[in-house]
Each structure stands twice: as structure tokens, then as C-alpha cells.
Design a protein around this ligand. Structure first.
Ligand SMILES: [Zn+2]
Length: 193
């Protein structure tokens, strides 16, 4: 089985689907919608690529790609940790070495940013160090029953770029909060202060 190395972390931010058609208003009430198996958002039913192990509905994966693409244009400091981490922890997939690692390191990143005020750059460095020190040894964290009050859909619907910036952080916060039963475990992986 191929290892989910650091490259995998970056893949999550980069290997996104082509930007599709804009959302048309009202699709959430239409019968042609599905519930994303990861985040629980209601999204249009459509065919398309999705991530290898995150288990997302194709439309949810597409909207994520659109959010990342829009932010690429104006986020001053890359990497853009908030949407990448939020999406990863809201789409934990099923137990396995890659999924277990993904959930844990993305939770550590969110925790460091929200609880310790770490910069995205520091969070990324910590993730890299964790992966190289623990590759293949990450335990599966049982996901929460609900993934929080916001998903990528709530972010993707805005037309305003400044709202997008705010909503992405709120979304990441909601994703982090949803995992509160596992926060104690996640904190054990923080670097010593
Ligand atoms: Zn989803």
C-alpha cells in the first residue's frame, strides 16, 4: 500500500477538481440532491471525480475545489491551511493508515491555530514533523456523530471574496469544534510549548 507521506498532505490542497459551473440558487430544495457521506451537506447529485480516501460526494469535492481556487487569488500567505484542514477533518473516510494519519494531522493543525495561535506556516511544519515521526503508526480517531454547523457548501455559496475569507475561518472553527470529544487526544501531539 502506498504511504500517505507529506506529499499527500500537499496533494489535498492541490489535487482539486477542475472548477465547475457556479452554483445555481435553489438546488438545495431540488430532488436531485444527495447528502455528502463525509460532511453531511446536501449537495447536487452529479457525476464526477472525488478524493481517493476522503469519501466525499462529487459535488462536495467540486465545491471544495472552487473555494480553494477562489482563495488562491488573494490569500497572502500560502499554504491556505483553514479550508484544507476543515475539509479533511469533515471527510474522515474509513479507518486505514492514510485516513487515520490525515484526520489526526489536520486536527493538530487546526488545534494549533485555534488554541495556540500558531501561524499556518508553523502548523504545516508541525504536520510534517508528525508525519515523519509517526508514519504508519497513527491510530484511528472515532469521528463525531455530526460534523458541525458549517460545511464547504456554506462557504461556496457566497459571492463576496471578503465574506469568503471570514467564512472559511468560521467553517474551520466549526469543524474543529465538532471534534471536541477527541481534542484531548489531539493535544497530545502538539509540540512542547
Ligand atoms: Zn462533503
Amino acid at each position: 500500500m502506498p504511504c500517505a507521506g507529506l506529499g499527500q498532505l500537499h496533494d489535498l490542497g492541490k489535487s482539486v477538481p477542475a472548477v465547475g459551473l457556479p452554483l445555481s440558487k435553489g438546488w438545495q430544495d431540488m430532488p436531485e440532491s444527495v447528502i455528502c457521506p463525509g460532511c453531511g451537506a446536501r449537495v447536487p447529485r452529479e457525476e464526477g471525480p472525488t478524493h481517493r480516501y476522503l469519501l466525499a460526494a462529487p459535488a462536495c469535492w467540486r465545491l471544495y475545489g472552487e473555494v480553494l481556487a477562489r482563495r488562491l487569488a488573494f490569500v497572502a500567505v500560502q499554504p491556505d491551511r483553514y479550508p484544507v484542514d476543515a475539509y479533511a477533518v469533515q471527510h474522515p473516510g474509513v479507518p486505514g493508515p492514510q485516513a487515520s494519519q490525515s484526520v489526526l494531522v489536520h486536527l493538530v493543525s487546526l488545534g494549533l491555530m485555534f488554541e495556540r495561535g500558531a501561524s499556518p506556516r508553523v502548523a504545516t511544519r508541525t504536520m510534517a514533523a508528525l508525519v515523519s515521526a509517526n508514519k504508519g503508526k497513527f491510530r484511528w480517531l472515532e469521528p463525531p456523530a455530526a460534523m458541525g454547523g458549517m460545511t464547504v457548501v456554506d462557504v461556496a455559496v457566497t459571492d463576496s471574496e471578503s465574506d469568503l475569507d471570514r467564512l472559511v475561518v468560521e467553517w474551520a472553527r466549526a469543524a474543529w469544534d465538532a471534534w471536541s470529544p477527541q481534542h484531548e487526544t489531539v493535544r497530545r501531539f502538539y509540540p512542547r510549548a
